[in-house]
Design a protein around this ligand. Structure first.
Ligand code: TRP
Ligand code: SF4
Length: 341
């Protein structure tokens, strides 16, 4: 149980990371983030958060908002099935610890607007939402301040994220420096712990597996669903007939074999593909079997956790209670430094 702000005996530090609740996770989310979260529990005190307020920054209708609760449930069940251990780590929902919104407001007093407007992800989001910098909601502008508040509310020093989050972490460090300069050194400057991104390709030949592109494989799918989806995967487009040799290096099925099949099988796939001894249908069937093997244990755990009524909600209530103890202590400190005591 983690209820202290200094790392526990023998631990390297305090980790915080968050994911927006987008629902069921896919293999790309697992290999690019979740797997690393699980492993980090060995060496760090970890705090993992479903960032529902961040989700609201891009939500535009009540129907989308109504999806937040089921999405949290689906996502957190994936976390627990993957091996996030609520006995060792704090697992909670951002809005259950409202102190983060207090800290967000207070940090906004030390954050120049220009810093926020320059963040590349801000410009991308504005474009994606077909808004302008003038028309976009204020909450989206403050997204990185809320992310900073997430991290430093728990005085976390290490933040496992992908490359795309580096600008947010850089900004978090600048906000912390400014705060500490003005009001006294109370927060550590958080460091990114870059997740080595193994790049899980999509089933459609795209370079990245993504739910938005609908080229993904859900962790929670049944083996049959997984196989059915793998069978729709694009292969080498020049291989229009089975007797034409294939080019594994331009084929996403081969890329996925490299990640999920045993090394000996990967070699066989390569050799049989370039000599036209292997058909793509067969190749995909084998890939599906490898992926189903890879996920078998996770799925088994997920199915048994799902049968425990109220389990996820219990974990989250417990996580919020632990997180809140730390959060309230930090807020007291900040209040006092900022003249609000
Ligand atoms: N912005 C992150 C993302 O989109 C999610 C996030 C919110 C986060 N708060 C965080 C990540 C704090 C790390 C630490 O992936
Ligand atoms: Fe791709 Fe396998 Fe077909 Fe070769 S045999 S093109 S690796 S699916």
């Amino acid at each position: 149980m983690v209820v202290h702000q200094e790392p526990a005996q023998g631990k390297k530090g305090v980790i915080f990371s968050g994911m927006r609740p987008t629902g069921l996770l896919h293999l790309g989310n697992y290999m690019g983030a979740l797997k690393n979260w699980v492993e980090l529990q060995e060496e760090y005190d970890c705090i993992y958060c479903a960032v529902d307020i961040h989700a609201l920054t891009t939500i535009e209708t009540a129907e989308e908002a109504a999806q937040i609760q089921p999405n949290i449930e689906d996502m957190v069940l994936d976390w627990l099935a993957a091996g996030i251990d609520p006995e060792r780590s704090i697992v909670f929902v951002q809005s259950h610890v409202p102190e983060v919104m207090t800290l967000h407001s207070l940090l906004s007093m030390v954050t120049p607007l220009g810093w926020l407007m320059r963040v590349p992800t801000f410009k991308d989001k504005v474009r994606q939402m077909s808004e302008t910098e003038e028309s976009v909601n204020y909450g989206l502008v403050g997204y990185p301040i809320l992310q900073t508040a997430d991290i430093i509310l728990y005085k976390a020093d290490t933040v496992p994220v992908g490359q795309d989050q580096v600008p947010h972490l850089e900004l978090a460090r600048e906000i912390v420096r400014r705060f500490n300069n003005r009001y006294g050194k109370i927060f550590p400057e958080p460091q990114a712990n870059l997740t080595e991104d193994p790049l899980i390709v999509g089933l459609d030949g795209q370079q990245k597996m993504s739910k938005t592109l609908d080229n993904h494989l859900e962790l929670a799918a049944t083996p049959e669903e997984t196989t059915r989806r793998v069978m729709t995967a694009f292969t080498d487009p020049q291989r229009t007939r089975r007797d034409i040799p294939g080019r594994p290096n331009v084929c996403n099925v081969y890329a996925l074999h490299k990640t999920f099949s045993p090394p000996a099988e990967v070699t066989t796939v390569y050799d049989e593909c370039v000599t036209a001894q292997r058909g793509c249908v067969d190749c995909k069937r084998h890939l599906a079997a490898s992926i189903n093997d890879y996920l078998a244990e996770l799925r088994e755990r997920r199915n048994s956790l799902r049968l425990r009524p109220g389990y996820v909600q219990e974990v989250l209530a417990d996580g919020a209670a632990k997180a809140r103890v730390i959060a309230q202590k930090t807020i007291e400190e900040v209040y006092s430094k900022m003249g609000l005591a």
